[in-house]
Design a binder for this molecule. Sequence first.
Ligand SMILES: [Zn+2]
Length: 376
Amino acid sequence: MGRLKRGISILFLLMSANFAFAQAYDQKVADYILKVEHPLTFLQKIEKFGIKEPGKKGLDSTFFWLKELIEKDGYKTVTQNFVYGTDTLRNLLFSKKGDIDSCIIIGAHYDSKIGAGVNDNGTGNFALYQIAKLLKPLQTKYTVRFVFFSGEEIDYLGSRYFVKTLNKDLVKIKFMLNLDQLGGTKDQDNTGIKCERDEVSSKKVESNLLAESMSKIYSFYTNLNPVITPAYSSDYLPFRDSGYLISGIYQYSSFPYYHSENDLLRYIEFNSLVSTTKGAVAFVLYHSQSQIISGIVANRPKSQNLNVYFTGSAFVIAGNETYEFSVFDNLGREISIEKELISDNKVSVQQLKGGVYYANFKTKTQSINIKFFVQP
Ligand SMILES: [Zn+2]
């Protein structure tokens, strides 16, 4: 095929590779995540169901309750059964269909060990539920697949089974996000949040970008101080070990009562759990490329796409849609510059000082982010 085609595909690669960097504060996202609910009622239920180990009633009750909650929000669920000794354990699957099938998988285990598991992992279940609920009315580019895993406390049985039975040719996975023990802990330092990355597999560079993007989102939209830490001992590991890109969120405070009878509501600090959940929602809104207009479903008319590329001193814009153009610095602050329109399809940025910047081109149907470098 011709040279032109190849040029276009290279352009798309560059744009998607740079997407993770190009993040700017968005007031609509900040407004939308205010819809995150207070976790009290949810966690009371988790506590009431008691121990969620195989063979215990609490495991089944939690499963059926989560299934009912999710279905009430308009999702269709699928139960994935797998055998453990004489028991049958269940993963609960559901998904939010995007414009394309390529997906983000969000997982949180609902089984517990020894105690009721309000922190481990009622807090992760709460966040997953809030993400699902808030994403439901929005249009997203990427499909988001949610999984409540069972058997995490038995060497990640549920996530192992899920990964093993995935049809790798059919399911294109952008990344897997794990939600396990989101805190906070009463009477401890809850000012931070751990953004987790894979530090061992061949995907570690991309995973670091994902964790950096998460940390940026937490700085933009919450009062939590993000720290980047290695992915450790949870359901993302079977995904990592099968070659998938992963990230996770983990509480900053240590929780002294995990895997004990004292993993109870009375040790949970709610404010930081709400902030952690808000950041998680913002992260998913961003990476699923959701359309938010004041929390109302955006109408995305099918129309011509805008293609943009950077020449080193100017942006060349292909397509005939009208667009808004903004430039941000490394910290996400908008730079007001005289936007020098060379022609209808060429914008110069020569007046910028040397450094790294992010450009955003917004049309009625698209938001294109491009990281670019101006020579000093
Ligand atoms: Zn856990």
